[in-house]
Design a protein around this ligand. Structure first.
Ligand code: SF4
Length: 515
């Protein structure tokens, strides 16, 4: 026992009697049979994943496999194994292909899935991003299973956005001038590289260095392209700032050019993506997931509904959202689709007529309140008892602008013209701002107790998957870069979340009943 190196450093307790402990011998090699099937218990979650994946139609994943029976070439890993590995890894909080490959060497659940073999990390990494359409279909397949189990009804869907950090740092964001200088520098580096064989470095090292510089060039070029797009999107804001003598300097990341600086939870600010998740209220199942580069959630409701329709072939009956979503366009779009929209009223929508009247030199005693409206005849009567008739109508941001006008002859002969319509060449006009039918109906509905009660349920459902993905899966930062790959990573995480719900609500109760 004194010679056993494995026990070096351990303290021997001082006791009055001589005790005899079992020695731990680590300096030995063992060869013993392993029953792979018994690596995990009957109730282990990895069995649930394998069982569910086995039920699904994963044909699109097989379509691109070149290794065929009866022909030369090595067999490839079964897509069902790779799908299960990725789902189990995300569930386990692992999003690195290298880490999964390492886990295959010793972790019983991973060993059970692969039959004690190790999957190369390149195979895993490529599989995660190479099958976008097939993955979309797989997500839909899982929704089909959950729907069949009665866990999705689409009677009430909560929609929300969550910001997840991009795989880039704040410091990687640079202004146009800096990007151009870096691009010039990198291009010069490529030019002076010359023949890799003439260098002191090995051919492999030189090639790797050349590839790294070329990739850097590509990323800077992409960042400059993104910057151009940003300038186009924010052109109005930039022009306004210029008029006011302010300077807004846009920046793009050289690490992940498609990431955007955005405001996150608790006032944090950094590079990230905005993930839009729709959750069915019945069993908190994710029925739609999308990614946007835009920090704001307004404008994301209609794409969210479209995704649900694509995934499940039918529209939701009711959408419940927070204050960022019910814009006038969203209210009208939901009304058109006959989807019941529940969300808080945004700030009071005021009719903006006071400022223009002031500019036109109209006295306050001739503001619209001084004119009497008769809904029966749809006419206004002015303070001089003359009629203003309906002229035109236009819709604008949830309002209908109805213009009424007095006869020019009446105004010209009126003693109040100087105060009422000093600059008009057509006769005094008056704009009646009426809320659109959809906006008025939405506002009236949101005053009801029933709508307020439904809205109270929103946070509990909508934020449940967000919290699960971030806390349980540990997905607080993406590993992949670019909108497409970030979208794929989000889809894997949401797919895993739904599989976890199926395991929790269907598979485990069934197993326990059988036991
Ligand atoms: S200026 Fe025209 S609209 Fe105004 S009070 Fe006189 S008649 Fe009426």
């Amino acid at each position: 026992m004194e010679n056993d190196k494995s026990l070096e450093g351990s303290k021997t307790p001082k006791v009055s009697v001589l005790v005899r402990c079992k020695p731990v011998r680590r300096n030995q090699l063992l060869l013993r049979p392993v029953d792979v099937e018994k690596l995990v218990g009957e109730q282990h979650g990895v069995r649930a994943i394998w069982e569910l994946v086995g039920q699904l139609d994963v044909e699109p994943f097989y379509a691109e496999i070149g290794a065929l029976e009866g022909q030369a070439g090595r067999p490839v890993w079964d897509p069902k194994v790779l799908i299960s590995l990725w789902i189990y890894a995300y569930k386990d909080g692992v999003s690195s292909a290298r880490e999964i490959a390492g886990l295959c060497e010793y972790h019983p659940a991973y060993q059970w899935l692969t039959g004690m073999e190790v999957v190369n990390y390149h195979t895993l990494a490529d599989f995660r991003v190479d099958h976008q359409q097939a993955l979309d279909q797989l997500f839909t397949e899982v929704l089909g299973v959950l729907s069949h189990q009665g866990l999705i009804t689409l009677k009430r869907v909560m929609h929300d956005g969550t910001k997840i950090k991009a795989a880039a740092s704040d410091k990687s964001f640079r202004r146009k001038k800096t990007l151009e200088a870096h691009l010039k520098e990198a291009q010069e580096q490529v030019e002076v590289m010359g023949d890799p064989r003439s260098e002191q470095l090995s051919w492999r090292q030189a090639k790797a260095r050349e590839r790294a510089v070329r990739e850097k060039c590509d990323r800077i070029k992409e960042a400059l392209k993104e910057l151009e797009q940003l300038e186009a999107v924010r052109s109005k804001e930039l022009a306004k700032a210029e008029r006011e003598g302010k300077k807004i300097e846009l920046r793009a990341s050289t690490t992940d050019p498609q990431a955007r600086m955005m405001l996150g939870a608790k006032g944090s600010y950094g590079p990230g993506y905005n993930i839009q998740i729709s959750t069915d209220a019945k069993a908190k199942i994710i029925v739609g997931v999308g990614v946007t580069q835009c920090s704001s959630d307004s404008g994301e409701l209609e794409p969210g509904v479209k995704r649900i329709e694509e995934n499940l072939g039918q529209k939701p009956e009711q959408m419940v959202v927070d204050a960022a979503y019910p814009t006038h366009q969203a209210i009208e779009a939901m009304a058109e689709k006959e989807i019941d929209l529940i969300g808080p009223l945004r700030e009071a929508r005021k009719a903006p007529w006071e400022d223009p009247l002031k500019r036109r030199g109209v006295g306050p005693e001739f503001y619209p309140e001084a004119f009497r409206y008769d809904p029966g005849t749809d006419h206004y009567t002015c303070p001089a008892q003359k009629l203003l008739s309906f002229e035109t109508e236009e819709r604008q941001k949830g309002w209908v602008r109805r213009r009424y006008r007095a006869r020019l002859a009446d105004c010209r002969s009126c003693p109040f013209q100087a105060q009422c319509c000093p600059k008009t060449k057509k006769g005094r006009s008056l704009v009646r701002m009426e809320k659109t039918t959809e906006l008025a109906a939405f506002e009236a509905k949101m005053q009801t107790e029933q709508a307020k009660q439904i809205y109270k349920e929103r946070a509990g459902v909508a934020e449940f998957p967000n919290a699960w993905i971030k806390e349980k899966f540990g997905l607080r930062q993406f590993r992949l870069r670019g909108v497409v790959k970030v979208g794929l990573e989000s889809l894997w995480a949401c797919l895993t979340y739904n599989v976890c719900q199926w395991t929790r609500l269907c598979w485990k109760p069934q197993r326990l009943a059988q036991a």
